[in-house]
Ligand binder design. Structure first.
Ligand code: BGC
Length: 249
Protein backbone atom coordinates (compact mmCIF):
# COMPACT_ATOMS: atom_id res chain seq x y z
CA UNK A 1 0.00 0.00 0.00
CA UNK A 2 1.31 3.43 -0.93
CA UNK A 3 1.10 5.92 1.93
CA UNK A 4 2.30 9.51 2.00
CA UNK A 5 4.55 9.88 5.05
CA UNK A 6 5.04 13.41 6.36
CA UNK A 7 7.59 14.26 9.03
CA UNK A 8 6.89 17.61 10.65
CA UNK A 9 9.71 19.31 12.48
CA UNK A 10 10.43 22.71 13.95
CA UNK A 11 12.43 23.76 10.88
CA UNK A 12 11.18 21.62 7.99
CA UNK A 13 8.12 19.65 6.84
CA UNK A 14 9.15 16.69 4.69
CA UNK A 15 7.14 14.14 2.75
CA UNK A 16 7.64 11.12 0.50
CA UNK A 17 5.57 8.25 -0.80
CA UNK A 18 6.33 5.04 1.06
CA UNK A 19 5.56 1.38 0.54
CA UNK A 20 4.15 0.78 3.99
CA UNK A 21 4.71 -2.99 3.81
CA UNK A 22 8.43 -2.91 3.01
CA UNK A 23 9.19 0.54 4.45
CA UNK A 24 10.78 1.53 1.16
CA UNK A 25 10.68 5.18 0.12
CA UNK A 26 9.25 5.30 -3.40
CA UNK A 27 10.07 8.92 -4.20
CA UNK A 28 12.57 11.61 -3.35
CA UNK A 29 11.87 13.54 -0.19
CA UNK A 30 10.04 16.85 -0.73
CA UNK A 31 10.73 19.51 1.89
CA UNK A 32 9.11 22.85 2.67
CA UNK A 33 10.44 25.01 5.53
CA UNK A 34 8.12 25.11 8.55
CA UNK A 35 6.28 28.49 8.49
CA UNK A 36 7.90 30.93 10.90
CA UNK A 37 4.67 31.40 12.86
CA UNK A 38 4.56 27.61 13.54
CA UNK A 39 0.77 28.04 13.83
CA UNK A 40 -1.94 25.48 12.90
CA UNK A 41 -3.50 27.10 9.81
CA UNK A 42 -0.18 27.96 8.15
CA UNK A 43 1.20 24.49 8.81
CA UNK A 44 -1.99 22.82 7.53
CA UNK A 45 -1.48 24.77 4.28
CA UNK A 46 2.00 23.28 3.94
CA UNK A 47 0.66 19.75 4.53
CA UNK A 48 -1.81 20.41 1.72
CA UNK A 49 1.02 21.56 -0.57
CA UNK A 50 3.01 18.41 0.16
CA UNK A 51 -0.03 16.26 -0.71
CA UNK A 52 -0.51 18.25 -3.95
CA UNK A 53 3.15 17.91 -4.86
CA UNK A 54 2.77 14.13 -4.93
CA UNK A 55 -0.76 14.29 -6.36
CA UNK A 56 -1.55 11.75 -3.66
CA UNK A 57 -5.06 10.39 -3.16
CA UNK A 58 -4.55 7.72 -0.50
CA UNK A 59 -3.81 7.58 3.23
CA UNK A 60 -1.45 10.05 4.89
CA UNK A 61 0.64 9.34 8.01
CA UNK A 62 2.04 12.29 9.92
CA UNK A 63 4.81 12.42 12.54
CA UNK A 64 4.18 15.52 14.64
CA UNK A 65 6.67 17.16 17.05
CA UNK A 66 4.48 17.30 20.19
CA UNK A 67 2.67 14.90 22.50
CA UNK A 68 -0.20 13.39 20.47
CA UNK A 69 -3.08 11.62 22.18
CA UNK A 70 -5.70 10.12 19.89
CA UNK A 71 -4.91 12.65 17.19
CA UNK A 72 -4.94 15.65 19.53
CA UNK A 73 -1.90 17.82 20.26
CA UNK A 74 -1.27 17.88 24.03
CA UNK A 75 1.88 20.00 24.34
CA UNK A 76 3.41 22.92 22.48
CA UNK A 77 6.85 21.39 21.92
CA UNK A 78 8.78 23.84 19.78
CA UNK A 79 5.66 25.00 17.93
CA UNK A 80 3.18 27.83 18.63
CA UNK A 81 1.15 27.51 21.85
CA UNK A 82 -2.12 27.69 19.92
CA UNK A 83 -1.51 24.06 18.86
CA UNK A 84 -2.39 22.76 22.32
CA UNK A 85 -5.68 20.79 22.21
CA UNK A 86 -5.99 21.11 18.42
CA UNK A 87 -7.20 17.90 16.80
CA UNK A 88 -4.31 17.58 14.35
CA UNK A 89 -5.81 14.58 12.64
CA UNK A 90 -9.03 16.47 11.86
CA UNK A 91 -7.25 19.67 10.87
CA UNK A 92 -5.00 17.90 8.35
CA UNK A 93 -7.81 15.64 7.07
CA UNK A 94 -9.94 18.69 6.35
CA UNK A 95 -7.03 20.52 4.70
CA UNK A 96 -6.20 17.60 2.40
CA UNK A 97 -9.52 15.78 2.01
CA UNK A 98 -7.67 12.54 2.80
CA UNK A 99 -7.60 10.10 5.74
CA UNK A 100 -4.80 11.19 8.08
CA UNK A 101 -3.17 9.44 11.05
CA UNK A 102 -0.97 11.42 13.43
CA UNK A 103 1.57 10.21 15.98
CA UNK A 104 4.50 11.87 17.76
CA UNK A 105 7.49 12.35 15.42
CA UNK A 106 10.01 10.42 17.52
CA UNK A 107 7.50 7.60 18.02
CA UNK A 108 7.19 7.51 14.21
CA UNK A 109 10.96 7.43 13.69
CA UNK A 110 11.25 4.67 16.28
CA UNK A 111 8.44 2.76 14.65
CA UNK A 112 10.37 2.71 11.35
CA UNK A 113 13.60 1.68 13.02
CA UNK A 114 11.93 -1.13 14.99
CA UNK A 115 10.06 -2.46 11.96
CA UNK A 116 12.49 -1.98 9.06
CA UNK A 117 15.78 -0.86 10.53
CA UNK A 118 18.45 -1.61 13.08
CA UNK A 119 15.89 -2.09 15.86
CA UNK A 120 14.16 -4.98 14.10
CA UNK A 121 14.12 -8.07 16.32
CA UNK A 122 15.66 -6.23 19.28
CA UNK A 123 14.02 -7.48 22.47
CA UNK A 124 13.80 -5.58 25.72
CA UNK A 125 13.67 -1.84 26.20
CA UNK A 126 14.81 0.16 23.17
CA UNK A 127 14.74 3.94 23.06
CA UNK A 128 14.97 5.99 19.91
CA UNK A 129 16.32 9.51 20.38
CA UNK A 130 15.84 11.98 17.53
CA UNK A 131 18.23 14.90 17.39
CA UNK A 132 16.82 17.99 15.69
CA UNK A 133 15.19 21.25 16.75
CA UNK A 134 14.28 19.34 19.92
CA UNK A 135 15.26 15.99 21.42
CA UNK A 136 12.52 13.47 20.67
CA UNK A 137 12.17 10.05 22.24
CA UNK A 138 10.32 6.90 21.18
CA UNK A 139 10.19 3.99 23.64
CA UNK A 140 9.65 0.33 22.69
CA UNK A 141 9.36 -2.73 24.90
CA UNK A 142 9.77 -6.00 23.02
CA UNK A 143 8.95 -4.10 19.83
CA UNK A 144 5.74 -2.49 21.16
CA UNK A 145 5.55 1.29 21.20
CA UNK A 146 4.95 3.00 24.55
CA UNK A 147 3.81 6.37 23.14
CA UNK A 148 4.74 9.91 24.11
CA UNK A 149 7.95 9.49 26.09
CA UNK A 150 9.27 13.04 26.52
CA UNK A 151 12.86 12.65 27.68
CA UNK A 152 13.93 15.97 26.12
CA UNK A 153 11.73 17.71 28.75
CA UNK A 154 13.99 16.83 31.69
CA UNK A 155 14.84 20.14 33.43
CA UNK A 156 18.54 20.95 33.45
CA UNK A 157 20.22 23.75 35.43
CA UNK A 158 18.69 27.06 34.35
CA UNK A 159 16.93 25.41 31.40
CA UNK A 160 13.29 24.41 31.66
CA UNK A 161 14.06 21.45 29.41
CA UNK A 162 17.41 19.85 28.58
CA UNK A 163 16.69 19.86 24.83
CA UNK A 164 17.15 23.66 24.81
CA UNK A 165 20.79 23.02 25.80
CA UNK A 166 21.54 19.71 24.08
CA UNK A 167 19.52 19.45 20.83
CA UNK A 168 20.94 20.13 17.36
CA UNK A 169 19.35 23.59 17.48
CA UNK A 170 21.60 24.50 20.45
CA UNK A 171 24.64 23.37 18.45
CA UNK A 172 23.56 25.55 15.56
CA UNK A 173 22.41 28.60 17.54
CA UNK A 174 25.50 28.70 19.73
CA UNK A 175 27.95 27.65 17.00
CA UNK A 176 29.22 24.67 19.03
CA UNK A 177 31.83 22.24 17.73
CA UNK A 178 30.99 18.53 17.67
CA UNK A 179 33.17 18.14 20.75
CA UNK A 180 31.33 20.84 22.71
CA UNK A 181 27.93 19.67 21.64
CA UNK A 182 28.80 15.96 21.92
CA UNK A 183 29.69 16.44 25.59
CA UNK A 184 26.31 18.06 26.20
CA UNK A 185 24.53 15.28 24.38
CA UNK A 186 26.41 12.79 26.54
CA UNK A 187 25.06 14.52 29.69
CA UNK A 188 21.57 14.04 28.29
CA UNK A 189 22.22 10.36 27.52
CA UNK A 190 23.50 9.87 31.07
CA UNK A 191 20.15 11.12 32.39
CA UNK A 192 18.28 8.83 30.03
CA UNK A 193 20.35 5.91 31.25
CA UNK A 194 19.88 6.81 34.90
CA UNK A 195 16.14 7.36 34.65
CA UNK A 196 14.97 4.48 32.46
CA UNK A 197 17.90 2.01 31.95
CA UNK A 198 17.25 1.06 28.33
CA UNK A 199 18.91 -1.97 26.72
CA UNK A 200 19.71 -0.01 23.55
CA UNK A 201 19.59 3.62 22.47
CA UNK A 202 19.13 4.30 18.77
CA UNK A 203 19.83 7.76 17.37
CA UNK A 204 17.84 9.34 14.55
CA UNK A 205 17.07 12.79 13.18
CA UNK A 206 19.27 14.98 10.99
CA UNK A 207 22.31 15.05 13.28
CA UNK A 208 22.50 11.26 13.56
CA UNK A 209 23.99 11.33 10.02
CA UNK A 210 27.09 12.88 11.63
CA UNK A 211 27.43 10.11 14.22
CA UNK A 212 31.11 9.56 13.40
CA UNK A 213 31.85 13.17 14.29
CA UNK A 214 30.56 12.88 17.88
CA UNK A 215 30.52 9.19 18.86
CA UNK A 216 33.79 9.52 20.77
CA UNK A 217 32.10 11.86 23.27
CA UNK A 218 29.40 9.35 24.15
CA UNK A 219 30.56 7.63 27.27
CA UNK A 220 27.67 5.56 28.59
CA UNK A 221 27.69 1.77 29.01
CA UNK A 222 24.40 1.22 27.18
CA UNK A 223 24.97 0.53 23.47
CA UNK A 224 24.22 3.61 21.34
CA UNK A 225 23.64 2.93 17.64
CA UNK A 226 22.83 5.29 14.76
CA UNK A 227 19.65 4.33 12.88
CA UNK A 228 20.67 3.44 9.35
CA UNK A 229 17.46 4.94 8.03
CA UNK A 230 18.83 8.17 9.52
CA UNK A 231 16.76 11.16 8.61
CA UNK A 232 14.27 9.14 6.54
CA UNK A 233 12.96 7.27 9.56
CA UNK A 234 10.46 9.99 10.46
CA UNK A 235 8.78 9.84 7.05
CA UNK A 236 8.82 6.05 6.75
CA UNK A 237 7.60 5.54 10.32
CA UNK A 238 4.78 8.05 9.95
CA UNK A 239 3.62 6.24 6.81
CA UNK A 240 3.86 2.79 8.38
CA UNK A 241 2.08 3.84 11.56
CA UNK A 242 -0.78 5.13 9.42
CA UNK A 243 -1.61 1.58 8.40
CA UNK A 244 -0.65 -0.36 11.47
CA UNK A 245 -2.73 2.01 13.60
CA UNK A 246 -0.19 2.76 16.28
CA UNK A 247 -1.64 2.59 19.79
CA UNK A 248 -3.37 5.76 20.96
CA UNK A 249 -2.66 7.40 17.61
C1 BGC B 1 8.69 17.66 21.83
C2 BGC B 1 8.56 16.20 21.46
C3 BGC B 1 9.17 15.97 20.09
C4 BGC B 1 10.58 16.50 20.03
C5 BGC B 1 11.22 16.33 18.66
C6 BGC B 1 10.11 18.14 21.66
O1 BGC B 1 10.16 19.52 21.89
O2 BGC B 1 8.30 17.86 23.17
O3 BGC B 1 7.22 15.82 21.48
O4 BGC B 1 9.14 14.60 19.80
O5 BGC B 1 10.59 17.88 20.36
O6 BGC B 1 10.53 17.00 17.69
Amino acid sequence: MVVLGIDIGGSGMKGALVNSVTGEMLTERFRIPTPESRKPQEMAEVVKKIVEHFNHKGPVGVGFPTIIRRGVCKSKGNLHKSWVNVNVRELFSEATGLPVTVINDADAAGYATMNYGIGKGKEGFVVMITIGTGLGSGAFFNGELIPNFELGQIPYKKYKKIETWAAASAKENEGLSYKEWGKRFNVFLNYVDLLISPDFIILGGGTSKEFDAFKEYIKIDTPVLPAELRNQAGIVGAAAAALHEAPRD
